[in-house]
Write a new protein. Structure first.
Length: 119
């Protein structure tokens, strides 16, 4: 995804939404991950890799914390989201995340930058 991919319309973004761990099995970790508490944590998802992935793909001249850049952030969200143990509820959650408005992405990036500057 690096090295000029931002301008290539043939590049598709993919994200594998799963959990890893030493204990338990993937099915039990997956059950925990999809509890309501966790699916409402889009900011955590953004801060734990999705934001970095999106920002790698946007042109250098775009400020991801500016509201004008929100539309560009939205354009570079992953096209495909792979999940374990697909269900109607999980697919609906991903569909709703896809409907985020650009301002919500910018808000998350502003929060991420504020938290980085705070620590």
């Amino acid at each position: 995804m690096q090295g000029g991919a931002a301008g290539d319309r043939n590049v598709m973004g993919m994200m594998y939404w799963t959990t890893t761990g030493v204990f338990g099995n993937i099915r039990s970790r997956n059950r925990m991950m999809w509890k309501t508490k966790h699916i409402n944590e889009m900011v955590d998802l953004w801060q734990n890799g999705l934001g970095d992935s999106v920002k790698q793909r946007i042109p250098d001249c775009v400020d991801p914390t500016s509201f004008v850049g929100g539309t560009i952030l939205k354009r570079f969200m992953p096209n495909f989201v792979m999940i374990d143990f697909a269900s109607e509820r999980k697919c609906h959650t991903i569909y709703e995340l896809n409907r985020l408005i650009p301002q919500q992405l910018t808000d998350m990036e502003q929060l991420t930058v504020a938290l980085e500057n705070f620590t």
